[in-house]
Design a protein around this ligand. Structure first.
Ligand code: WAQ
Ligand code: MG
Length: 249
């Protein structure tokens, strides 16, 4: 069903204040025939990013065998229209509460610490303890794509990529929610996602021009389960079935 595919990972960074600063990253799993074209597109994206010019771009291409891939369904999508960032954050807290997160405002406050992270913060949903092995980097969900091997242009399709990521994340039994705000200054739509509520877009979660953003994965379970969960996020190859229902328009 999935045929011969390759995983392609891109990350772009810049040297700033003596350190490496993350600009953008992407992960794809595409058919072998499309590998070169997708690499060219990701390179193009890396070199022309709203967050600035890259000093270094990494592209990693690996063969993926069909037997290694898990296929999961995309989360159902709904939208909450909000007029201001403050209203968006309030609605976000309400969604977290409905999903059984007991301290939503505190979770949201942690977003301030995701600045500059390449991955997501992994937070215990009840104790709010951080569970990432490398807090400065966070945990990056990788090896995922839509099952439908779509063409797509050079421009990033924020929604499609986020739905793929959120569907992979929500599929893990110990992950009970995800909060996301884009770090792209012009992209103000964010979301909350979990198995029970699906992927809930919030049309305004930050003000235009603001470069802050990040992700928080909410975890419930034991230490040992946290290790398994990180392995799943970083290593399990997942294709997300969009069922033709997702995508713009
Ligand atoms: N795994 C974990 N965390 C990640 C990953 C990943 N693969 N990719 C990005 N992040 C973290 C990282 O800290 C970024 O700074 C932050 O998330 C935001 O990433 O329905 O564009 O790629 O229209 O800027 C939401 C779409 C778009 C809402 C989100 O995120 C909609 C977006 P960005
Ligand atoms: Mg971004």
């Amino acid at each position: 069903m999935t045929g011969e595919r390759v995983s392609i990972k891109m990350r772009a960074s810049r040297w700033e204040d003596g350190g490496e600063r993350h600009i953008s990253g992407a992960e794809r799993i595409v058919s072998r025939e499309r590998a070169e074209e997708v690499c060219a597109r990701l390179l193009e994206r890396a070199l022309h990013h709203a967050r600035g010019e890259a000093d270094s771009v990494h592209l990693k291409i690996e063969r993926v065998r069909p037997g290694e891939i898990t296929v999961v369904d995309a989360l159902p999508v709904t939208t909450v229209e909000t007029g201001s960032a403050a209203e968006g954050r309030e609605r976000l807290c309400g969604l977290m509460a409905r999903a059984g997160i007991t301290r939503p405002a505190e979770v949201l406050a942690r977003m301030a610490d995701t600045w500059d992270m390449r991955g997501a913060m992994l937070l215990h949903a009840d104790t709010l303890e951080r569970l990432e092995p490398e807090p400065g980097r966070g945990v990056r969900a990788t090896y995922m794509d839509a099952l439908e091997d779509a063409a797509g242009g050079v421009c990033k399709d924020h929604f499609r990529e986020a739905l793929v990521l959120a569907s992979k994340v929500a599929h893990h039994p110990n992950l009970v929610g995800e909060v996301c705000v884009s770090d792209d200054p012009e992209y103000v739509t964010g979301y909350f996602a979990c198995r029970e509520l699906g992927y809930v877009r919030i049309t305004r979660l930050k003000e235009r021009g603001c470069p802050d953003g990040g992700r928080i994965f909410l975890f419930r379970g034991s230490r040992a389960e946290a290790e398994g969960c990180i392995r799943y996020l970083e290593e399990q190859k997942v294709l997300v079935r969009l069922r033709g229902g997702a995508g713009h328009g």
